[in-house]
Ligand binder design. Structure first.
Ligand SMILES: C[S@@+](CC[C@H](N)C(=O)[O-])C[C@H]1O[C@@H](n2cnc3c(N)ncnc32)[C@H](O)[C@@H]1O
Ligand SMILES: [Zn+2]
Length: 294
């Protein structure tokens, strides 16, 4: 497949070289020894180490590896399987996980799709996160995927070059997703459902409100038509303090709660809670605003 990577300096295609990537204007980006490429330009960095820090990334890796979110990943894979089933067999297909963290969902997607079909699509997998710690860990999962340190606000992909963008519990930039998707391409957006993490939230907040509908539907409207919604809900039991603390470190609550509340959670050895996740599929509209037939 031709390169779909875009030079962050001049916006021309970046082509693979022996040591990384280079564009026609000779802007060069070397691959790190772990196999990923950092495409964040230093003057665009808003902090020294943007995105999740090593502690959060390692907590997420440990928690996800215990299988607690496997049903969420299965639901995502089913939604994506349905989207890809509509594409022509044998044709090339590029999938990006934007805000991929340590790569759990993308690695499981690849495994599932590899098992699924006798005559599969030719799939190219990419993961982008602004945290280099997250991408370093993600690279360990599968070095054959394209792993890039980059921001969802400036994705290193050519216009209309991808078939599917996945976005799980991460910041979203719908105009940027629309730019890099082909016409008729799909955005799979995954966010907390109304009761997500109830059980933990009741310890943290005196009054627990249900999560409202995500802002994505209104934000996406200019570029995308809604195609499908599904919801995954199940009860979860955490039976050790380490599991509970790892979950806490994966959530925004970790940074927002006061010392006293953190101490309450830190004292727990057992926690029952709800997992409640919504998966929305959007299809990119054609130039005239209509969803494209596939
Ligand atoms: C809650 S985590 C979710 C990670 C992964 N999708 C998962 O569910 O396991 C949010 C991720 O978004 C990343 N992130 C935050 N701001 C970002 C940005 N502007 N561009 C790309 N990634 C970003 C963080 O580094 C972190 O890995
Ligand atoms: Zn360039």
């Amino acid at each position: 497949m031709p390169s779909i990577i875009q030079c962050p300096v001049c916006r021309e295609p970046l082509l693979p070289t022996a040591t990384g990537y280079q564009c026609a204007a000779l802007h060069c980006f070397d691959a790190a020894r772990q196999g990923y490429v950092n495409l964040v330009l230093s003057h665009n960095k808003h902090s020294k180490e943007p995105g999740d820090d090593p502690e959060m990334v390692l907590s997420r890796r440990r928690f996800l590896e215990l299988g607690f979110y496997n049903p969420v990943s299965d639901g995502i894979n089913e939604a994506i399987g349905t989207v890809l089933a509509e594409l022509e067999r044998g044709s090339g297909c590029s999938v990006l996980d934007a805000g991929c963290g340590e790569g759990f969902y993308l690695a499981r997607l690849k495994k599932t799709l590899a098992q699924g079909s006798a005559s599969p699509l030719v799939l190219e997998y990419h993961g982008v996160d602004v945290s280099k710690f997250a991408i370093r860990l993600a690279t360990q999962r599968d070095r054959s995927m394209g792993w890039f340190v980059a921001s969802i606000n400036d994705l290193p992909y050519l216009d209309a070059s991808l078939d599917l963008v996945l976005n799980v519990f991460s910041p979203a930039n719908t105009p940027e997703f629309a730019r890099i998707l082909k016409e008729g391409g799909s955005l799979v957006f995954v966010s907390p459902g109304p009761r997500h993490l109830n059980g933990l939230r009741e310890i943290i907040y005196p009054v627990t409100r249900e999560h409202g509908a995500p802002a994505i539907t209104a934000k996406a409207e200019a570029f995308f038509a809604p195609a499908a919604v599904s919801r995954i809900t199940y009860p979860l039991e955490l039976k050790s303090n380490e599991e509970i603390m790892d979950l806490l470190a994966m959530t925004p609550y970790y940074w927002n709660i006061d010392r006293e509340t953190k101490a309450k959670v830190t004292a727990l050895d057992y926690l029952q809670l709800d997992v409640d996740v919504e998966i929305r599929v959007f299809r990119k509209k054609s130039g005239n605003g209509e969803p494209t037939e596939t």
